[in-house]
Design a protein around this ligand. Structure first.
Ligand code: CP
Length: 329
């Protein structure tokens, strides 16, 4: 199938699988993941071309609302929209009327009144995207809601694994760090379990509660026992901004007990893949010598993120509204 036919087929599938929003991966199914990955693969191939612009979402308007700091996700959504010829508008907390006391809902209602097709939102409050989705006809995409979910990060993580190792069902994915405060870990647990991978969570006991077993993940507090068994190691950032209590004695102590060090990685399986969603705290969760020692895909994750976000925008916006621009990829 050529690219144009493939994407048309994806739209037909999408109408049966997807709702208007992407607020999380809880409850996602393997066929939905397959659809997203195969759509993203078409866009990923396109990103390697010299001219990276498609008319697919011409006439659509996407609002980027980032109320928490972001480099990768914000730039990636903006680029994804622009690669598909959508118009973008950005609102951040700083400099918007939120600073004057306007509520999130009022902000959305006002911008909605100017006619938009999708809202990409990052917010510190868990559930903020779900709340907005109930109050707008526009598609709402969660770009990270507090400690809850970060679905497009997990999708790009899984898509990167698909590209690196093919079907990773049955593989052992070790996620190391501050699991308790990690929306990336939560979305990856939902997505990777739906795909059929084995997810192992590891970190200091207060940051990796037993309750995560209820989500279908294994829990371990012994990184030295886990690294040699892992097919994939995903290090997470220590989120100092979310650590209200003392979950471990010091950053130095964290590095000693749970850092991915050169000494530890020397005991990893041949061919192990190292991931990190970024931003990385070098010398804390990752030893700077480690990327020289094993296959490290941190920047591939970023590139693949643009393709995943193009796929999500396409699947949510191009479907029933194709008549408005008459175009397809
Ligand atoms: N991985 C990620 O969400 O990075 P940003 O916070 O820079 O968007």
């Amino acid at each position: 199938m050529n690219g144009r036919l493939r994407l048309g087929y994806h739209l037909l599938l999408m109408e049966t699988l997807f709702s208007k929003d992407l607020v999380g991966l809880e409850g996602i199914t393997k066929p939905e993941l397959e659809l997203i990955f195969s759509t993203a693969e078409t866009f990923r191939e396109f990103l390697d071309r010299p001219i990276r612009k498609l008319p697919t979402l011409r006439g659509k308007t996407i609002l980027n609302m980032f109320f928490e700091a972001s480099t990768r996700t914000q730039a990636s959504f903006d680029l994804a929209a622009k690669r598909l010829s959508a118009d973008t508008v950005s609102v951040s907390k700083k400099g918007s009327s939120v600073e004057k006391g306007e509520t999130l809902l009022d902000t959305l209602r006002n911008i909605d009144a100017m006619k938009i097709d999708a809202v990409v939102i990052r917010h510190s409050a868990p559930g903020a995207p779900h709340f907005l989705a109930r109050h707008t006809q526009a598609s709402v995409i969660n770009a990270g809601d507090g400690l809850h979910e970060h679905p497009t990060q997990a999708l790009l993580d899984m898509f990167t694994l698909m590209r690196e190792m093919g079907d990773f069902s049955g593989k052992r994915v070790l996620i190391v760090g501050d699991i308790l405060h990690s929306r990336v870990a939560r979305s990856n647990i939902f997505g990777m379990r739906a795909w059929g991978a084995n997810v192992v969570l590891c970190g200091p006991r207060p940051l990796v509660p037993e309750e995560f077993r209820g989500l279908g993940a294994e829990v371990s507090w012994d990184i030295d026992a886990e690294i040699p068994k892992a097919d994939v190691i995903m290090a997470l950032r220590i989120q100092r901004e979310r650590l209200s209590a003392s979950f471990f004695p010091s950053v130095r102590e964290y590095r000693r007990l749970f850092g991915i060090t050169a000494e530890r990685i020397a005991r990893a399986k041949e061919g192990v893949i190292l991931m990190h969603p970024g931003p990385v705290n070098w010398e804390v969760e990752l030893d700077p010598r480690v990327p020289e020692m094993v296959k490290t895909v941190i920047l591939d994750q970023v590139t693949n993120g643009v393709a995943i976000r193009m796929a999500i925008l396409y699947l949510l916006l191009a479907g029933s509204k194709e008549e408005s621009n008459g175009s397809s990829a």
